[in-house]
Design a protein around this ligand. Sequence first.
Ligand SMILES: [Zn+2]
Length: 506
Amino acid sequence: MSYARTLCVGLVGVTGRVIEVEADISAGLPTLVLTGLPDAALHEARDRVRAAVVNSGQRWPNRRVTVNLLPATMPKQGSGFDLAIACALLTGAGELPADPLRDSVVLGELGLDGAVRSVRGVLPMVATAARAGIARVVVPLGNAREAAIVPGITVRAVDTLRRLIAFAHGAAALLEPPAAEPLAAPAGPDLADVAGQQMGRFAIEVAAAGGHHIALIGPPGAGKTMLAERLPSLLPALDDAAALEVTALHSIAGVLSPDGALVRRPPFQAPHHSASMASLIGGGSGLARPGALSLAHHGVLFLDEAPEMAAATLQALRQPLESGRVVLGRARGTTEYPARVQMVAAANPCPCASPAGDQHCQCSPQARRRYLGKISGPLLDRIDIQVRLDPLSAAALMTAPVTAESSALVAARVAVARAAAARRWAGHGWQTNAQVPGPHLRRPPWRLPARDTSALRTSLDRGALSARGYDRILRMAWTIADLDGRDRPGAADVHESRQLRLGAAR
Ligand SMILES: [Zn+2]
């Protein structure tokens, strides 16, 4: 036989496609030609595959070897094609029987010694193979647990090319994926640790229940980071579909834990304010990789000291926050990643960041306005809750309850409130109150009685409240009522909701 083909999978974003790796061995000077839009990594594949084949005790075909990756129009990247290329060319050269691996998808990078190395993105690759009706996938041993998450396809693993060759000759078995270790869901930090910050605790609970973006404005030491880190512990666990999406994104970024467990908790990402555009939004050479924004998909994106971020970076967040996805254009093609996040932005009230808060601040009112103004356009516009946190005084800590409510307790309330909101908006396709457009809440049957909103309307008329701020207060009032188990918000809910917008902007 002088022609053979093996199946593989290529990824663009989270979308995969089954790729045919064809090998043709013909008379001619010994050489290996790769075609089908390979990127630099694929060119290196030529040297890796040759060394791995020879070091696995195989004869290198001393003829002209042409390897073609189909479809040619699909951009391909990465080193995950090595193993499939080695299989195709050994089979084409008559060194391997074709049948044992026919119709299997083969994934893996080769080391020069013939070891099969882990690659990124195995989970979405295997999911692609399963969707395409492929019966079996062979993956690197290091990716086997991750691959085994995907239902409806047989997963087998290899540690070396030598083992795969022995398997094809019927002399060895492929490896079973190691059993997933029973993992206790990593609990993460608990809300019980936050004592004496009643306003902050309430704000974060409302954020969790309504899916609202939240801005925490306060001096250093007010507990902004503590609160933000605990938001995921109040959110419901990811359902199967969401868990697969999140795990696939983490697989592509290469940040999946080696135990290969499905990510079941809402992720938490806290990029530093000096983070590059690529690490925040996504990017990198070749086809773009997901950034923090996509790694926080179905979870929490925490922007600490948000006013310190570059204006261009803040601006780049705008579109993804609106659409729930990131589109990255590159010379070699466009990549798209989901990015539906709940944002927590934290800011000091002014540039001096005096830990004692306002009393010791030397900043002029203009400087303070300018500082928070940096985030007002791109971010604050989209943030329902804007709460001002006072520095924790010793007195507040002394009077704080000895045991504050735990995350589990608050999460139970949040779950009930979320279910109520989801039922209410089911006919509209919204899941949380945060998704409800403002005008909708001002129209019957959702409009609140005039007596309950009179204080708000007075503020609106006096210009002390913007129309957008008005809508946001209504939205949060519904969440507060949901948390309290009532059908509709009343005047007290509207009043409490207003307290959640005393932060930065009107
Ligand atoms: Zn200051």
